[in-house]
Design a protein around this ligand. Structure first.
Ligand code: GDG
Length: 484
């Protein structure tokens, strides 16, 4: 039976040895969350890195344990060393591609050793895939860590069906062309039959780079490359809508004695203050998410509309991310300082303006936060899509809640009923927050209903299905020949 092989840098599970004992955890993050439901239903496999370096799996016993645990999850790991992770992942992927593609040019570092490692690791992925494919299989590669992989596979298996999806923005030609290895990256992606992006803007930017850097012929969304046609299209990623909606329903109907400690605390606080409102912010601690500006704009809001002091809290969940990269360490320090300063200046004995959690929370707590909040403030300076915005909307089963969303998130392209803001405009954010907090219930309901209809229809399953269907159409009838 033909299978679909999902390939991404990280597997949907994260392995660790804790005191010689293997611990298997689900990975947090947009890609893992979104694809998990597809993977668990299909007959395919998932290839990626397990979270353990070769050095950490030093004995045969550990190796066996890891293999058994991964097999249970229908996963195969790509063996990577500590050096690979340092240079391919933290290096090229996260100090060159990530900032560049998110328009943080000043953060972008182009290091030859990082690039060499990136090439080597993409080859390691190719080797593991080649060992595991059979005739008729489809390979679906995900994200910016693996831009060279489509071409590496194409070279070995000319008739293989290869899809590639980029979860982050594709930048404008003016930015992309600053990369010293832009040609290799572009040709690497063009090894795919179908290249997907979240929005039509990213499609246009990619096509413009293909035309201006490689001088390729373009017709609508088709790129003529060598003897093949590469299709490029937008597939806005959805969420597992029912899971969020139903979990929220279930949380809302929980009897008091089964509620989480977090929920008890929130309710306790709400009871102590009439008209108390909660603004929610959830993301990985990443400079693209606009965290410092969000905090500053909340402070600006409290100063511009002091009637809200003592009544409104910003609950901020920041999930630790890429803690080895200095820019992320600096962002963490800046966030700590800002929260400390604002809480120090404005807090009263019974009111703390910002509740700040720097950790990952279990899914149930996440649902509690979504359910309990009156407003979600999602203000990235740049974001491929942003699933938090969609999850928040899905949990508003009572038709009460307002989403304030950055225009710079891919999600803004399909969530027009949210209150859209420029994440750098504090004054606009302050006014929008006031508007959100005072929005009549009928307006909240009507905005939410339209959003919910759209998001529930184009959920993560539909997203994967439409990508895979579009990929299927590109399939050639020739048998695959593997030249190893
Ligand atoms: C990349 C792109 C694109 C967050 N904290 C916790 C937790 N989460 C979950 C959320 C959500 C996911 O992580 C975050 O997804 P986002 O889309 O918001 O952001 P990225 O991680 O940057 O994802 C992004 C995405 O890929 C998909 O293509 O939308 O633009 O940057 O699902 O719920 N989950 C749990 N605990 C937490 O503390 N359990």
């Amino acid at each position: 039976m033909n299978k679909t092989i999902i390939v991404s840098n990280r597997l949907p599970v994260d392995l660790k040895f804790d005191d010689q004992k293997l611990v298997v955890k689900s990975s947090v993050g947009g890609l893992a969350t979104g694809m998990k439901s597809i993977h668990s239903e299909g007959n395919g496999i998932w290839i990626g890195w397990s979270g353990l370096t070769d050095e950490q799996i030093e004995s045969e016993r550990k190796k066996n344990e890891v293999e058994i645990a991964l097999a249970k999850e229908k996963c195969i790991s790509v063996p990577l060393t500590g050096y690979d992770i340092e240079n391919y992942y933290y290096g090229f992927s996260n100090t060159a591609l990530w900032p560049l593609f998110h328009y943080f040019q000043a953060y972008t570092e182009f290091e030859l050793t990082h690039w060499e490692s990136y090439k080597k690791v993409n080859q390691k992925f190719a080797d593991v895939i080649l060992e595991n494919i059979n005739e008729g299989d489809t390979v679906w590669i995900h994200d910016y860590q693996l831009l060279l992989l489509p071409e590496l596979l194409r070279h070995k298996v000319p008739n293989l069906t290869i899809g590639f999806f980029l979860h982050i923005p594709f930048p404008s030609f003016e930015l992309f062309r600053t990369c010293p290895w832009r040609d290799e990256l572009l040709y690497g992606m063009l090894g795919a039959d179908l290249i997907g992006f979240h929005t039509y803007d990213y499609v246009r930017y990619f096509i413009s780079s293909a035309s201006r850097i490689a001088g390729l012929e373009i017709r609508f969304n088709e790129i003529f490359y060598k003897d093949r046609i590469v299709k490029v299209d937008s597939f806005p990623m959805g969420i597992d809508y029912d899971k969020y909606y139903n979990s929220a329903l279930e949380h809302e109907s929980r009897p008091d004695d089964t509620k989480s400690e977090l929920m008890h605390n929130i309710e306790l606080h709400n009871m102590s203050f009439s008209e108390s409102k909660l603004i929610l912010s959830i993301d990985r601690m990443d400079y693209t998410k606009g965290i410092p500006n969000r905090i500053k704009s909340f402070e600006y809001f409290l100063n511009k509309y002091p009637q809200y002091k003592g009544k409104v809290r910003l609950v901020m969940l920041s999930v630790p991310s890429r803690e080895n990269v200095p820019k992320y360490q600096r962002l963490k320090r800046e966030t700590d300082e800002l929260v400390g300063r604002i809480n120090g200046q404005l807090a009263t004995v019974n009111w703390t303006p910002i509740w700040y959690f720097y950790r990952s929370m279990p899914f149930d707590d996440l649902i509690d936060l979504y359910v309990a909040s009156d407003v979600a403030l999602v203000t990235p300076t740049r974001d491929g899509m942003n699933l938090v915005a969609k999850e928040y909307v899905a949990t508003k089963t009572q038709g009460k809640g307002v989403l304030v969303l950055s225009e710079m998130a891919g999600a803004a392209k399909e969530m027009y009923e949210a209150l859209l803001v420029n994440p750098n405009n504090f004054d606009q954010i302050a006014d929008t927050l006031k508007y959100a907090l005072e929005m009549p219930e009928a307006e909240q309901k009507s905005r939410l209903e339209t959003l919910q209809k759209r998001i529930s229809r184009y959920n993560v399953e539909k997203w994967a299905e439409s990508f895979l269907n579009a990929l299927e159409i590109t399939k050639t009838s020739k048998p695959i020949t593997i030249t190893k």
